[in-house]
Design a protein around this ligand. Structure first.
Ligand SMILES: [Mg+2]
Length: 328
């Protein structure tokens, strides 16, 4: 029989030996199917009953199943239903091979989840053609699924990289608060909002007193730790809608939207006091520091950020020259 098969039209799609489970209660049918399929290099597993077929399919899921319908004890429909219910075998294509030729039988087979239906008596060519088609469909589907998974994975990686990049672009590497560029960007937005609606707004410049002395006395690592601690206290003391960032070495800035100078003074004093009261142990030594703060407020609705910062800077200079650890 195999000699009559047109070799060119029935060439296997690829070289991997596909694993086919043959289920038929008729030993003669099984022998015939084994002969046809093994000629093409397929690995064939025969199962003479539904129960044996299920056991075999679950222990090693095949690439495709050829399933007889009329069998004693468990018929092909039931076998198919059980295969489709199990996660291990639900995606294995099932081709029914049956002598039952009624449309209702075929409809039922497809409803059970079969991908094809071959009527007995069958032609070897037909069996090979349909097996080949469904195997290659399945391979394509698998490749597609793998490709989708790969793309999902690379999308995830891109997301993580972009988040990391976003963080690096907006955060100060040492303290984790907004960096100068990002702070200025946000401050411009808040300023233009306040200008548009003539809402109050206050700006703060803060500078750690004698920071060089801390670095010289305790070392740069201690200095870095102080910067982090001061930034943390400021973030904790400021309100949710206030902006805060590290502007330079030991210099920080805050912008307080919807806040008058008097209201901002209360916040600034809270920050100054919290830092004055704090004492940190760094390398077994007790270290503390103080903060000078200069403030400015929005006076008319055409003020620029530069101007606001300049005024706060002048106030900060005044705070420094009046003995530090104070607010001007
Ligand atoms: Mg049968």
């Amino acid at each position: 029989m195999a000699d009559t098969i047109d070799k060119n039209s029935q060439e296997r799609v690829d070289e991997t030996p596909c694993n086919i489970l043959l289920v038929d209660d008729n030993p003669q049918n099984l022998r015939l199917l084994i002969a046809i399929l093994s000629m093409r290099g397929y690995k064939v597993r025969p199962a003479p009953s539904g129960a044996i077929a299920l056991e075999s399919a679950l222990s090693t899921p095949p690439d495709i199943i050829l399933l007889d319908i009329m069998m004693p004890e468990m018929d092909g429909y039931e076998v198919c239903q059980k295969l489709k219910e199990n996660e291990l075998t639900s995606s294995v294509p099932v081709i029914f091979i049956s002598a039952m030729d009624a449309v209702a039988d075929k409809v039922k087979a497809f409803e059970m989840g079969a991908v094809d239906y071959i009527t007995k008596p069958f032609q070897a060519e037909e069996i090979l053609a349909r097996v080949n088609t469904h195997l290659s469909l399945r391979r394509t589907q698998r490749l597609l699924e793998e490709e989708i998974e790969r793309r999902k994975a690379s999308e995830e990686i891109l997301k993580v990289i972009s988040m990391k990049y976003q963080k690096m672009a907006t955060q100060d590497y040492l303290t984790g608060v907004s960096n100068r560029r990002y702070f200025m960007e946000r401050a411009e937005e808040e300023l233009s909002r306040a200008n548009r609606y003539t809402h109050p707004l206050t700006f703060m410049m803060m500078d750690i007193d004698h920071f060089k002395r801390i670095n010289d006395t305790y070392g740069h690592q201690a200095g870095d730790q102080i910067l982090k601690n001061v930034a943390n206290i400021c973030v904790d003391t400021l309100r949710v809608h206030d902006l805060f960032g590290r502007i330079g070495g030991e210099e920080f800035s805050a912008m307080l939207p919807e806040t008058t100078l008097n209201e901002a003074l209360v916040v600034a004093e809270r920050i100054r006091k919290a830092i004055e009261d704090a004492e940190w142990e760094i390398d077994g030594k007790k270290v503390c520091c103080t903060l000078s703060i200069g403030m400015s407020q929005l006076n008319d609705n055409s003020e620029t950020l530069d101007n606001l910062m300049k005024k706060a800077d002048e106030a900060l200079y005044l705070a420094k020259s009046s003995g530090r650890n104070c607010i001007k």
